[in-house]
Design a protein around this ligand. Structure first.
Ligand code: MN
Length: 144
């Protein structure tokens, strides 16, 4: 056992533009096993999101606050709300991020390397939330 009082990750940083869209802030909490286990507290501004990607060993997301979405390349998607826990299996291509009108803060426990693919473009992102979003200000996105 090893107990860390504080962080052993790298300094906090803004998410890189080649892997994140919008404003994303990453706070590395722990990096262990020569980089095989990485824990980040991630804050996405409204509309902020990851690119499509997968994790070699899978990933756990634990939503601390706010609202957002996770979606697989196959189109399986779930709204994210505080307390939700997501398991993304090894190699499953997905994205995650904030709703259009809400921050989201999730803890990401990532196993193995991440394989980044293309951007979740604005058209796709908008379609995901159109008509089915039931967030705090969902009236803005309901189909009329
Ligand atoms: Mn992920």
């Amino acid at each position: 056992m090893k107990i860390e009082h504080g962080r052993t990750g790298a300094p906090s940083r803004v998410g890189e533009a080649d892997t994140f869209s919008g404003r994303v802030m990453l706070d590395p909490l722990l990096e262990a096993g020569n980089g095989e286990v990485r824990i980040n507290s991630v804050v996405f501004s409204p509309g902020g999101r990851t690119f499509w990607h997968s994790h070699a060993g899978g990933q756990v997301l634990i939503v601390a606050s706010g609202h957002g979405m996770v979606e697989t390349k196959e189109g399986d998607r779930e709204l994210l709300n505080p307390g939700d826990v997501v398991w993304a299996p090894p190699g499953e291509v997905h994205w995650h991020g904030a709703a259009p009108d809400s921050f989201i803060n999730h803890t990401a426990i990532s196993l193995g390397t991440a394989d980044w693919a293309g951007q979740v473009d604005d058209e796709h992102y908008g379609a995901v939330f159109a008509g089915e979003y039931d967030g705090p200000n969902d009236a803005v996105y309901d189909e009329e």
